[in-house]
Write a protein that binds this ligand. Structure first.
Ligand code: ZN
Length: 422
């Protein structure tokens, strides 16, 4: 697998969404792994491949700010749908490291940043997944005195950021032990001392309040157990916390997942994982089967309302799916992200704001300063689409060209690769 393009590529006369703003048609030159020039009427270097951008829009590669990535097939699927970077929010360290390494080497996979093991109390969420065989046993945090060693161990395990679970089980249906405010604050301090950003699992208003008060950098879900009061919204925004609403996965818990509609879109369907597609069609016909409902129900509409209000008050909003590989859960890598973008626009973001949530905002929130924008010197993770996604967000599904680190992604061959877990 080549890791750099052999000849420069000039994308000519293309509307450019640079991560925050749309610019009139101009030229963009890629050489090797980077964008080398952006501007009107650039010269064509000798031997350059020329791509006509007329009637098309060039965007930074999309970033999924909340995934649980467990095999290279998921990274392959994500890339086919225009997602060039995934931010993993918790999993088994050896698996996560091997996947990040594979993504460093290969240009047919989305790039990956990892949390490794998330911080939780002994017996806390997601310990229940160990019993189900979905997670390896993992270390936990008993009190503030454990925080420094826990974070040091995450750094040693290769974590790029720290995930903190704030889940008392209310949103899941089983009471679970929760870390104290002192412990969470100590984890945040230990992470910041080592240059790690922190993201908290917060499905309820109570857990979001705890995250805000403990100085966590962002909410990996928007609270979904009821309407947020104004103080919660204002405090999250005042602290500059990012919020990842994960509307796709919340909608997926309701019995009417957004994926039921996505699979009928002829621009998306051919690129979906055939095994996943079969399962979604079965669920759509027969229903999702046993649905677990906790004492506190979560509703994507509350999350959308909370995230939009936080955004309007100044909090960065990031697009993320919570896509995983679990059986019976419809949210997946790649295709579900296009559902998230549509849900964000339906919730009240403009398409431009949704596209910033998909590019520049997650890059800024996680310190990925080599990507998320279109500018000379940045990594050539680029998505070329037909039409204008700032007028119609679903235009971002109509992919005419895709580059990962400057290497064109071949979307015509869709291998059904399922690699062995490391
Ligand atoms: Zn998650």
């Amino acid at each position: 697998m080549s890791t750099s393009a052999s000849a420069p590529t000039l994308i000519r006369n293309v509307a450019v969404f640079d991560g925050t703003k749309l610019h009139a048609p101009q030229d963009v030159l890629i050489d090797g792994p980077v964008i080398v020039a952006v501007g009107p009427a650039l010269g064509t270097p000798a031997g350059a491949a020329v791509v006509d951008g007329t009637g098309r829009t060039l965007l930074p590669g999309l970033i999924d700010a909340h995934t649980h990535t467990t095999d290279t097939e998921q990274l392959r699927r994500a890339l086919l749908f225009g997602i060039t970077t995934e931010l993993d929010m918790g999993g088994t360290p050896s698996v996560a490291r091997a996947l990040r390494e594979a993504a460093r080497e290969r240009d047919d996979l989305a790039d990956l940043r990892i949390a490794t093991t998330g911080a939780t109390a002994p017996g806390g969420h997601p310990s229940q997944l160990v019993a189900l065989g979905l997670l390896e046993p993992f270390p936990t945090v008993s009190g503030p005195e454990d925080a420094d060693a826990f974070v040091a161990a995450r750094v040693a395990a290769g974590a790029d950021h720290l995930k903190i679970f704030i889940e008392d089980g209310a949103a899941i249906g089983t009471p679970m032990p929760l870390m104290s405010a002192e412990t969470i604050s100590a984890l945040v301090r230990a992470a910041h001392e080592r240059g790690l950003r922190t993201a908290a699992h917060t499905l309820t208003r109570r857990s979001a309040r705890l995250a805000i008060d403990c100085g966590v950098d962002g909410l990996a879900h928007a609270p979904a157990d009821g309407p947020c009061d104004d103080a919660l919204v204002a405090d999250a925004a005042a602290r500059g916390m990012f919020v990842v609403p994960t509307l796709t996965s919340l909608t997926g818990a309701t019995g009417t997942p957004v994926e039921y509609a996505l699979i009928d879109d002829s621009l998306l369907r051919p690129y979906a994982d055939p095994r996943w597609l079969k399962e979604i069609e079965r669920m759509r016909t027969e229903g999702p089967g046993e649905v677990r409902v906790g004492p506190v129900s979560v509703d994507a509409r509350y999350a959308a309302d909370a995230a939009l209000r936080m955004f309007e008050a100044g909090a960065p909003l990031l697009a993320g799916t919570d896509g995983a590989g679990g059986e019976g859960h419809p949210t997946t890598h790649g295709i579900s992200y296009h559902g998230e973008l549509a849900l964000l626009v339906a919730a009240g973001l403009t398409p431009a704001q949704a596209l910033t949530a998909a590019t520049a905002a997650p890059a800024d929130a996680f310190g990925l300063d080599d990507r998320g924008r279109i500018a000379a010197g940045l990594r050539a993770d680029l998505l070329l689409v037909e039409g204008n996604p700032l007028a119609d967000i679903t235009a971002v599904r109509d992919i005419a060209g895709l580059w990962r680190r400057g290497v064109p992604v071949d979307r015509t061959t869709v291998p059904s690769e399922r690699l062995v877990r490391p």
